[in-house]
Design a protein around this ligand. Structure first.
Ligand code: A2P
Length: 299
């Protein structure tokens, strides 16, 4: 299985990252250190996760050189106004104790007025002004690659209909057994857009059910690997980056050990995942008080 993917910039992004969403204060730093010690070289974070200072401190204390680590962060919904982008990026850089990110992502295709649930309709309808500012951050050397998250195909088309200087390098979306999104995956592959799988084990809500699936158990038994390793391997074999979250040392280590599944077992799992009605684990449309669903066709 690929250990890296090459982005349009030529940069090589490691295929497995430690995800730190929902990794709390006092535990995330230890998880980052365990991960770097175990060989992870990719940390996927965000301003919104409210743990970047602890992540930054752990990286520093790990002794692993900054340039050997792939660091991703995300621009929160409150900061899409062009004048707000650079100050909040600077805050992330300060917290992470670095002067550049490998990847900076628009966290949601939803712009909210700063500190509120009031929709910024213009920047939501067309995020090009936000994107242009991100392109400027690339040219300034503060970020090496820029991408998007939670964009469906219509929203990707809507953004890329603008005269972009840099195309989105990745789209980070929910991908799991429960919501495998084969259409989005195929479309993105056809358009040279790498997907990154968040909540790859089904998120804390469904992780137990995922690991107990008969197809997953069968693979684990046959290959003498764990159910989590079977699922994480399946993701990379589908051609995506995978971002399993764990703050448990043994699981952090376990999740990095992936291996190619024999074709018949891979196809069986892919078929099982894509032949039940998809079930999305993460959809904050209601909690953002939107009068539409983020994942509906758009416009
Ligand atoms: P914890 O962080 O307490 O170790 P996802 O990446 O899909 O969001 O799933 C994250 C959830 O899955 C967390 O609750 C995490 O628990 C749990 N988890 C992560 N890795 C494993 C593993 N290898 N085996 C069992 N549970 C895991």
């Amino acid at each position: 299985l690929p250990t890296h993917y090459t982005l349009p910039s030529g940069d090589k992004i490691p295929s497995v990252a430690l995800g730190v969403w929902q990794a709390g204060e006092g535990e995330v730093g230890a998880a980052v250190k365990v991960a770097l010690e175990a060989g992870y070289r990719h940390i996927d974070g965000a301003w919104k996760y409210d743990n970047e200072a602890e992540v930054g401190q752990a990286i520093k204390e790990s002794g692993v050189a900054r340039e050997d680590i792939w660091l991703t962060s995300k621009l929160w919904n409150w900061f899409h106004a062009p004048e707000d982008v650079e100050p909040i990026l600077d805050k992330t850089l300060d917290d992470l104790q670095t002067n550049y990110l490998d990847l900076y992502i628009i966290h949601w295709p939803i712009a909210l007025k700063k500190g509120t649930f009031e929709l910024d309709e213009a920047l939501t309808a067309d995020p090009y002004p936000t994107w242009k500012k991100l392109e400027e951050m690339v040219d300034k050397g503060k970020v090496r690659n820029i991408g998007i998250s939670n964009f469906n195909i219509p929203r990707i088309k809507n953004l890329t209909a603008n005269p972009l200087k840099y195309m989105p390098a990745v789209n980070q979306v929910e991908l799991s057994y429960w919501n495998p999104q084969p259409e989005l995956l195929n479309w993105c592959k056809g358009h040279g857009l790498l997907l990154e799988a968040y909540s790859p084990l089904g998120s804390s809500k469904q992780v137990r059910e995922t690991l107990q699936l008969p197809e997953v158990q069968a693979i684990a038994k046959e290959l003498n690997i764990t159910p989590a390793q079977a699922i994480i391997s399946w993701h990379v074999q589908r051609g995506t980056v995978v971002l399993p979250k764990s703050v448990t040392a043994s699981r952090v280590k376990e999740n990095l050990q992936i291996s190619k599944l024999p074709d018949d077992l891979f196809i069986k799992l892919e078929k099982a995942a894509t032949s039940h009605p998809p079930q999305r684990m993460v959809n904050p449309s209601k909690s953002y008080r939107l009068n539409f669903d983020i994942f509906d066709d758009y416009p």
